[in-house]
Design a protein around this ligand. Structure first.
Ligand SMILES: NC(=O)c1ccc[n+]([C@@H]2O[C@H](COP(=O)([O-])OP(=O)(O)OC[C@H]3O[C@@H](n4cnc5c(N)ncnc54)[C@H](OP(=O)(O)O)[C@@H]3O)[C@@H](O)[C@H]2O)c1
Length: 271
């Protein structure tokens, strides 16, 4: 873990439920941080907290759905904090509700933030990482991209694309010294986009905490990339079952209360 100390991690979505936990875990390991989000006040508050741990922290406000802000982000970060060793694409937005009723603009904005932004920010930092023969791109994806969530179908599609792209990229980068990891959490309790919708998830589903996701990120930084699942329930079996017999997974999801839970989120706004 000593090797991580003093490296610079650019973390998007730093002020969200999972982002804060990742930022705290990385600071605890001695990494310097560039915190990114749109809300400058929230970023500055988190920066002040983390400076107390003795690492260097810069706060950079940027809207990742804006093309030029997205393109300029790595340059702004590098000019203030130095070489980016690690990029953590964590910013994301959820989408809940029936697809037949979705605002077409929402389809674009979910894909833009959850899928296009991680790809294009990575595209900007990768050539330099390859040149230096070192670097790690961590994409915070979701199990939603592996099991296909009804009433969150665009969100699930955005994460499916993110995971598959990460796996392909990691293979493409083999022998370059640069690694790509997709972290796929199931439902996260306590804080974050689903917790903020204030509809209690069925107990049988099982949830993880933002801290468990953060721990998985820290461990992944010493791994060889690929996909890391964060779930309090066995998930690989469900994924395998889905490939072989999709109907069984749907009936299990119904029995566990997942489908009713997702339907009940329709029309919900964050509290
Ligand atoms: N919570 C879960 O159950 C769960 C499960 C699996 C995967 N995930 C994934 O984990 C990641 C973090 O989720 P979370 O639960 O922590 O969500 P969250 O609490 O809603 O945080 C979202 C973060 O993204 C930033 N953001 C939103 N729109 C942005 C934009 N246009 N430009 C730049 N930054 C933007 C927000 O900051 P500003 O508002 O300041 O911009 C915030 O820091 C997401 O990718 C999510 O899909 C979450």
């Amino acid at each position: 873990m000593e090797t991580l100390k003093g490296q610079l991690a650019l973390l998007t979505g730093a002020t969200g439920g999972i982002g804060r936990a990742i930022a705290r875990a990385l600071a605890h390991k001695g990494l310097n941080l560039a915190l990114v989000g749109r809300n400058k006040t929230a970023l500055d508050g988190l920066r002040t907290e983390l400076l107390g741990t003795g690492v260097d922290v810069v706060a950079v406000a940027a809207d990742l759905t804006d093309r030029s802000q997205r393109r300029n982000l790595p340059i702004r970060v590098a000019s203030r904090a130095g070489e980016i060793d690690i990029l953590i694409n964590n910013a994301g937005v959820t989408q809940v509700g029936a697809f037949a009723e979705i605002d077409p603009e929402e389809v674009r904005s979910v894909l833009e933030l959850n899928t296009v932004a991680p790809m294009l920010v990575s595209r900007t930092v990768l050539p330099r990482m390859i040149e230096r023969k070192a670097g790690h791109i961590v994409n915070i994806s979701s199990l939603a991209g592996r099991v296909g969530l009804p009433w969150a179908s665009v969100y699930a599609a955005s994460k499916a694309a993110l995971t598959e792209w990460t796996l392909a990229l990691n293979t493409e980068l083999r022998d370059t010294g640069v690694i790509a990891t997709a972290i796929a959490p199931g439902l996260v309790s306590d804080a974050g986009m689903f917790a903020d919708l204030a509809v209690k998830a069925p107990a049988l589903l099982g949830t993880s905490t933002p801290e468990a996701v953060a721990e998985a990120v820290v461990s992944a930084l010493e791994g060889n990339g690929g996909e890391v699942i964060v779930s309090s329930r066995p998930a690989r079996g469900v994924m395998a079952a889905r490939a072989l017999a999709p109907g069984v997974v749907e009936s299990t999801a119904r029995r566990l209360g997942l489908l009713d839970y997702l339907r009940s989120l329709s029309g919900k706004r964050r509290e």
